[in-house]
Design a binder for this molecule. Sequence first.
Ligand code: ADP
Ligand code: MG
Length: 339
Amino acid sequence: MGADIAIDLGTSRTRIYLENKGIMVDEPSVITVNHENDSIVAVGEEAYRMLGRTSERFSAIYPLSGGVISDLGLVEAMISTFLTRVTSARIGMPRAVACVPGEITEVEKRAVVNAISCCGIRRVCLIEEPVAAAIGAGIDISSPHGAFVADIGGGTTDMAVISLSGIAVSRSVKQAGNIMDDEIIKYVKRRYNMLIGKRMAEDAKKAIGCVVKGAAIGKYRIKGKSIVTGMPAWADMDAEEMIEPLRETADIIVGHIQDVLEETPPELIGDIHSDGITLTGGASQIAGLDKLISAATDLKVRIAENPADCVVNGCGDSLKYIDIIRRNDSMVSPITDRY
Ligand code: ADP
Ligand code: MG
């Protein structure tokens, strides 16, 4: 029998974890299609490099948006390509645990299961993303103790208070890394009369992105096209300038975290007061975001180790429950095979 696998089908990146091996795939969730014959030209890293550089014949697409599948056929093609990179011969028909955002519909969950089953997976179990994030961040989710996790990714920020392997309070908002990239594009257009692509904006954000003064230092050379002359142009953007395009999104995220805290029952709030908030997801690394959240909530804020890998590592860890739910043990399991 093949090794079981864990799949984090993220809006920005897809990560696949192989039992006993760890993360084997970590690539952009992008696929390039040739419209003339509907064939797949490239997937993952290679397709990402084509973003903004495609012709009429080809287009590079993110087939997920806001954590939800927007093009089922393309997601299936993307997953099956990634799976061939994990196991050369898929005769073993492994089992999988995949994560889904906390607040998606039953139909959307079913779509995730279908997309994965189509790729030769024998059995697909689901885990809620914030629960996986918490496990991956090293939190003991099975204890009767409240833990606050905020996963700040590309498409969404998912916040949850977790206790006894389940979600006590949660919220998912479409305010995260991608919106920040869009804001950088708008800022550069206003400030420098320059058009830049999404990838340039994302690179600049990763290099010097910050939301409070002094959290990041240095300059980043952004390259694009002058609105005035239509010719290639560049500018050296200072880290401090990043606060203007990024701060609004950060403040909105902070507001939602405060709302979730308000909705949290008193006993659990006491736990969070002593343990603080744990951040996961790629965009939790924006310089100063942890400090901003800490100042607004008066709580300790910790960024998990390798924050972007927490969800897939948590899914990987929960592979151990697959056999337990099959035996129908009464033990609390964070995964379900209901779909
Ligand atoms: P998803 O689960 O939505 O696919 P991830 O958790 O992988 O997303 O996070 C992706 C987001 O994190 C992207 O918007 C990316 O630009 C951002 N990101 C990744 N690394 C960094 C970094 N070092 N600093 C700031 N943002 C980052
Ligand atoms: Mg994610």
